[in-house]
Design a protein around this ligand. Structure first.
Ligand SMILES: *[C@@H]1O[C@H](CO)[C@@H](O)[C@H](O)[C@H]1NC(C)=O
Ligand SMILES: *[C@@H]1O[C@H](CO)[C@@H](O)[C@H](O)[C@H]1NC(C)=O
Ligand SMILES: *[C@@H]1O[C@H](CO)[C@@H](O)[C@H](O)[C@H]1NC(C)=O
Ligand SMILES: *[C@@H]1O[C@H](CO)[C@@H](O)[C@H](O)[C@H]1NC(C)=O
Ligand SMILES: *[C@@H]1O[C@H](CO)[C@@H](O)[C@H](O)[C@H]1NC(C)=O
Ligand SMILES: *[C@@H]1O[C@H](CO)[C@@H](O)[C@H](O)[C@H]1NC(C)=O
Ligand SMILES: *[C@@H]1O[C@H](CO)[C@@H](O)[C@H](O)[C@H]1NC(C)=O
Ligand SMILES: *[C@@H]1O[C@H](CO)[C@@H](O)[C@H](O)[C@H]1NC(C)=O
Ligand SMILES: *[C@@H]1O[C@H](CO)[C@@H](O)[C@H](O)[C@H]1NC(C)=O
Ligand SMILES: *[C@@H]1O[C@H](CO)[C@@H](O)[C@H](O)[C@H]1NC(C)=O
Ligand SMILES: *[C@@H]1O[C@H](CO)[C@@H](O)[C@H](O)[C@H]1NC(C)=O
Ligand SMILES: *[C@@H]1O[C@H](CO)[C@@H](O)[C@H](O)[C@H]1NC(C)=O
Length: 550
């Protein structure tokens, strides 16, 4: 049986150990000083490789014995709590121009943060970066870095944050990336990456945000992304991804933001997506998704932004969509949706953007649309909507963009439309609208584009049109508008396109037309205009298309 050593021996042993520690401490301190000076020299070498303006920006970089005071450099204690080594380089947004690979990383193993984001650095990410085993954050976004992602990045197992977005990186995403098991944020968006998304990405169990958007990635979305249970944001938009949306994404119950738009994903929207009740943003826009909009979409009660447009979804819009009362944006445009606009749409009182255009919706526009008083954009264009334009539109006082064109709406344009004084775009063309153009149209002083063509409007062009001086485009053709071409048109000095025929206008072309010096297209044909063509048209230097024939 072993016995504890007697107290005296213990004391002398302690002293010996203490002396040994002091000795190594001195050795380490001096070697640390040498380390720091070596690090300073590596940084100075890099500085010398940068352009003159960058060197001026780094003028505090000089005395190799004090790099901890240099701009953008932070130091910390080295190993065994000995001073001092370089821990951080923070040089974001300084217009530094040069190459990353001129920085000798082998002396900088103590770095925990390297932030060179938003500079003008070119060149590639050197292989030697793999020695930075202590790195927590590598932020190189917003430069002009080329070449491929080095496999050695996989060695940086302490990395939490890897930001390489907005560069010119090419090649494939190496499967070794999955070795960065501490990664929380990975942003590779806006590069030129190709190939498949490596399924090893499913090994990074701590990932919270993953952004591979705006590259040229193809193949399927790996289903084991469904194992990244801490993920809150997944952006894969603007790639060439195909196949189905893996149903495993429906397991990621922490998802807040799922953006898969502008790919070629097909199949139907997985039904279990309704489990993602924390979602605030769901963008599947611009794919080839088919089938129905999931009936239980109402479970996503935190959704603020829902965009399913530009797919081939069919069936009707589920009435339950009315439960998504936090929605500010709803786009279902350009699908094959049929049936009625859900009556419960009036519950979406936070909507600012509503686009249901380019579907085959029928029935009338519900009056309750007038409850959506925050709307700035409303497009129902190119459906089979019939009936009257609801009077209640007048309550949409924030509306800037209103497009009801290419439907089968009848009746007259409600006079109350002139209350929508923020309108810049008003498209009502290609319907069956009759009656007069509202006399007080001139109250819509912000209009830039007014298109009422291909209806059966009668009466004359209201004089108040003189007020619409911001108009660049005015289409009134293919109606039964009569009376004179008003002199007041001469006030619309920003007009570039003016279509007034065919109609049943009479009288002569007013001289005031010479004022419209920005005019490119002028169509007056198919009217009953008399008199001679005013010489003033000679003034219209930009005119490219002119048709005055009766
Ligand atoms: C940079 O500065 C050096 C010395 O100050 C000078 O010789 C050189 O011409 C400069 N280069 C440019 C591109 O301005
Ligand atoms: C560098 O800094 C050290 C310590 O502050 C100082 O003693 C030395 O004189 C400086 N050297 C130069 C060339 O400025
Ligand atoms: C980088 O630094 C290390 C250590 O100081 C040195 O051995 C190596 O030669 C340097 N590499 C380059 C390319 O200068
Ligand atoms: C990087 O990882 C590879 C494979 O695990 C290993 O062979 C290599 O030695 C590592 N490099 C460094 C600098 O640790
Ligand atoms: C790194 O990743 C590669 C490819 O995924 C794998 O083969 C290798 O074992 C990993 N290395 C380590 C050290 O985990
Ligand atoms: C990636 O970076 C871009 C550009 O700064 C940013 O807009 C995007 O939100 C980032 N992605 C994630 C998932 O944070
Ligand atoms: C997710 O939805 C499916 C039905 O689509 C259901 O069976 C499952 O229990 C849900 N999972 C969770 C965790 O709520
Ligand atoms: C949707 O609203 C209806 C009543 O308007 C309600 O019965 C239903 O439970 C709601 N759905 C969810 C998922 O809350
Ligand atoms: C819509 O407006 C009408 C009339 O103003 C009102 O009776 C109705 O309750 C509103 N609907 C909602 C869901 O607020
Ligand atoms: C529309 O304008 C008229 C005339 O200015 C006004 O009487 C009416 O109250 C306005 N309607 C709304 C909903 O603001
Ligand atoms: C023309 O616009 C002004 C505001 O700029 C407005 O007060 C006036 O009522 C408008 N005139 C007509 C005829 O709408
Ligand atoms: C031509 O435009 C000017 C403003 O640029 C305006 O003052 C003038 O009244 C216009 N002439 C006619 C005939 O409308």
């Amino acid at each position: 049986m072993e016995m504890d050593p007697p107290p005296k021996m213990l004391a002398s042993l302690t002293i010996t150990i203490l002396m040994m520690m002091m000795a190594t401490s001195v050795a380490l301190a001096s070697s640390d000083a040498a380390v720091l000076e070596g690090q300073a020299r590596a940084l100075l070498d890099w500085k010398a490789s940068l352009d003159n303006q960058s060197q001026r920006a780094l003028h505090s970089w000089g005395n190799t014995s004090t790099p901890c005071n240099w701009r953008g450099i932070t130091c910390g204690t080295g190993m065994h709590r000995h001073p001092l080594v370089i821990k951080g380089i923070f040089l974001q947004g300084m217009r530094l121009r040069g190459a990353l690979e001129s920085l000798n990383f082998s002396t900088l193993r103590t770095l925990t943060r390297l932030d060179l984001s938003h500079n003008l650095l070119a060149g590639s990410i050197p292989r030697s970066i793999e020695v930075l085993g202590e790195l927590h954050a590598l932020l190189l976004q917003g430069n002009q870095i080329r070449g491929s992602i080095p496999l050695g990045l996989g060695n940086l197992t302490k990395l939490h944050s890897l930001m390489l977005h907005e560069n010119e990186l090419s090649g494939e995403i190496p499967s070794q990336i999955g070795n960065m098991s501490s990664l929380v944020t990975l942003n590779l968006s806006s590069n030129h990456l190709v190939g498949h998304i490596p399924c090893e990405i499913g090994h990074m169990k701590h990932l919270v945000a993953l952004d591979l958007s705006s590259n040229n990635l193809f193949g399927k979305i790996p289903s084991n992304i469904g194992g990244l249970t801490e993920l809150t944001s997944l952006y894969l938009y603007s790639n060439k991804l195909s196949g189905q949306i893996p149903r495993e994404l429906g397991y990621l119950l922490n998802f807040k933001d799922l953006q898969l738009g502008i790919n070629t994903l097909s199949g139907s929207i997985p039904r279990n997506l309704h489990n993602l009740t924390k979602l605030t943003v769901l963008i599947l826009w611009g794919n080839k998704l088919s089938g129905l909009i999931p009936q239980k979409i109402d479970y996503l009660s935190n959704l603020q932004y829902l965009s399913l447009g530009e797919n081939i979804l069919s069936g009707s819009i589920p009435n339950s969509i009315g439960n998504l009362t936090k929605l500010t944006t709803l786009s279902l445009r350009n699908n094959q949706l049929s049936g009625l606009i859900p009556q419960k749409i009036d519950y979406l009182s936070n909507l600012e953007y509503l686009s249901l255009g380019e579907n085959i919706l029928s029935g009338s526009i519900p009056n309750s649309i007038g409850n959506l008083t925050k709307l700035t954009t409303l497009s129902l264009r190119n459906n089979q909507l019939s009936g009257l334009i609801p009077q209640e539109l007048e309550y949409l006082a924030s509306l800037e963009y209103l497009d009801l064109s290419e439907n089968i709406l009848w009746g007259s344009i409600p006079n109350s439309i002139v209350n929508l004084t923020k309108l810049t775009i008003l498209y009502l063309y290609n319907n069956k609208l009759s009656g007069h153009i509202p006399r007080e149209l001139g109250r819509l002083v912000n209009l830039k584009d007014l298109e009422l063509s291909i209806n059966t409007l009668t009466g004359s062009i209201p004089n108040s049109i003189r007020n619409l001086t911001k108009l660049t485009t005015l289409y009134l053709d293919n109606n039964h508008i009569s009376g004179h071409v008003p002199r007041e048109l001469g006030r619309l000095v920003n007009l570039e396109v003016l279509y007034l025929g065919p109609n049943t206008l009479t009288g002569s072309i007013p001289n005031s037309i010479r004022n419209l010096t920005k005019l490119i297209d002028l169509y007056l044909f198919g009217n009953q205009l008399s008199g001679h063509i005013p010489r003033e048209l000679d003034y219209l230097e930009k005119l490219e298309e002119l048709d005055l024939s009766n």
